[in-house]
Design a protein around this ligand. Structure first.
Ligand code: CU
Length: 466
């Protein structure tokens, strides 16, 4: 377990929010003393925000610390290049705030006066736009239109009152294409003075994003327009994404934001249904909420969903665009399903001993193979799971529903009660139920045997570096 996960989910969760804050932004004192009570294990949980609302958890991220000066919440964002790890084995130089991408989650209460200093340590000017916030025009952060861009090395001051509660975002409005593509984005959450609807037990913030990061490249390519190959929650690709650990019967809120350059993300959660309770425009009236299991989060918007999980387990949460649960190597391959590549393989072996084309029977399990892969790259997808390899990567995480979430090990998998896992059908039972299994189709080619030692390549013409 890495330090941040431990801080966020470990037994010492009581002070997690406080410590996670200081972990990233040591330059500033941490503020809301009440956040120590945010995740006290005993029920009823009472959070630091009005009505006992809990503090927002930003998996794999942090929260902006405040210093309160004469009743004004003062914060400091530093726009800068960051050495970012998407998942173990894949890093790049991205741009972000206060050492990370996404930037720290900004958390305030309806009616708060905020003063946010923005220091520009990027190699070009920038601004910060407070997406969705209703504020004086000159604080809106649009370079050229409402302010001068913040020059390199300068610090600008934004001051605004957050008049309305909601789930908002922040991002640059100067060279938007480049700066947002490189990771400059964050959430701005304003808690209501009087909570609407039932109080939630847990509150998470997840920003979806998409990147083009070519194998071997040092930085993502901000000019990419359609072929993104690293898809992320809070700038992490699975298995780099921290799981969301929640309690059975708890009310859980997840605030989804999307500042992807080009795509909308239909986010799907297994094993439960939820209501969309708010957008970046405000609350959805109860009468207009509808149950769903997938919510489309268009780029440039937020969607807040609330749910009460009733089944224990490890539930997949992912973008339902199947290319968004793949990573670098899942893209741009020739279609090979059903192809007879025996002659090709023979010829290839003359120059590349051991060569064997892969993918003729589908691509399942390929991420798992112990093939040599290029330095600083991710296998096409996934990670080792408790039953077999999990064929999903990218914008994928796990919602872990537990009876005692505060004491649960976030890295442990669910222990299924006996007889509740799908498995091979019993012959006697098949017969008793009158199921007749037709003979398997005759294949023109031997079934892919997953002989790892033979694989030098998997269908692409690019030989792997060894
Ligand atoms: Cu997606």
């Amino acid at each position: 377990m890495d330090r941040r996960k431990f801080l966020q989910y470990g037994g010492a969760a009581a002070s997690a929010a406080l410590l996670a804050r200081s972990a990233r932004a040591t330059a500033q004192p941490t503020a809301p003393t009440a956040s120590a009570a945010a995740s006290a294990p005993e029920k009823p949980k009472v959070g630091p925000y009005p009505g006992g609302q809990p503090a927002v958890i930003t998996p794999n991220g942090s929260t902006l610390p405040w210093r309160v000066v004469d009743g004004v919440k003062v914060g400091h964002l530093i726009a800068q290049a960051v050495d970012h790890e998407f998942a173990p084995g894949l890093r790049a130089e991205c741009w972000g705030y206060n050492g990370g991408t996404p930037g720290p989650t900004i958390e305030a209460v309806e009616g708060d006066r905020l003063r946010i200093y923005v220091t520009n340590h990027l190699p070009e000017p920038t601004t910060v736009h407070w997406h969705g916030v209703i504020l004086p025009n000159g604080m809106d952060g649009v370079a050229g239109l409402t302010q001068k861009p913040i020059p390199v090395g300068e610090t600008f001051m934004y001051e605004l009152t957050v008049k309305y509660p909601g789930t908002f975002m922040y991002h640059p409005h100067f060279d938007e294409m480049t700066q947002i593509a490189l990771g400059m984005a964050g959430m701005l959450i304003v808690h209501p003075k009087k909570p609407r609807g039932p109080r939630v037990d847990r509150d998470f913030a997840l920003m979806t994003h998409e990147w083009r990061l070519d194998v071997g490249a040092k930085r993502p390519d901000p000019s990419a327009m359609d072929d993104f190959n690293v898809l992320t929650f809070n700038s992490k690709a699975y298995p780099g994404t921290a799981p969301l650990v929640v309690g059975r019967g708890e009310r859980v809120r997840i605030r989804l934001g999307n500042l992807s350059p080009m795509d909308h993300h239909p986010i799907h959660i297994h094993g439960l249904n939820f209501n969309v309770t708010a957008t970046d425009g405000g609350y959805v009236p109860t009468s207009a909420q509808r149950p769903d299991t997938t919510v489309l989060v268009p780029t440039g918007s937020t969607r807040v969903i609330e749910m009460v999980p009733e089944e224990l387990g490890d539930w997949a949460m992912h973008c339902h665009m199947t290319h968004h649960i793949m990573t670098q190597m899942g893209h741009g391959l020739p279609p090979l399903i059903g192809a007879d590549t025996r002659r090709l393989d023979e010829r290839m072996r003359r120059v590349l001993p051991g060569y064997m084309t892969m993918g003729q029977n589908g691509m399942g399990g390929m991420g798992e193979m112990a093939m040599p892969i290029p330095e600083n790259s991710l296998p096409m997808r996934g990670a080792k799971g408790p039953f077999s390899y999990i064929d999903m990567g990218g914008m994928f995480t796990v919602l872990k529903v537990r009876d005692n979430p505060d004491a649960a090990d976030p890295n442990a998998y669910f222990e299924h009660p006996a007889g509740t896992v799908a498995g091979i059908a019993d012959t006697a039972k098949l017969a008793a139920d009158g199921i007749v299994v037709p003979p398997a189709p005759v294949r023109s080619e031997p079934t892919h045997q997953h002989d790892h030692s033979q694989h030098r390549n998997h269908g692409s013409a690019v030989p792997w570096k060894e």
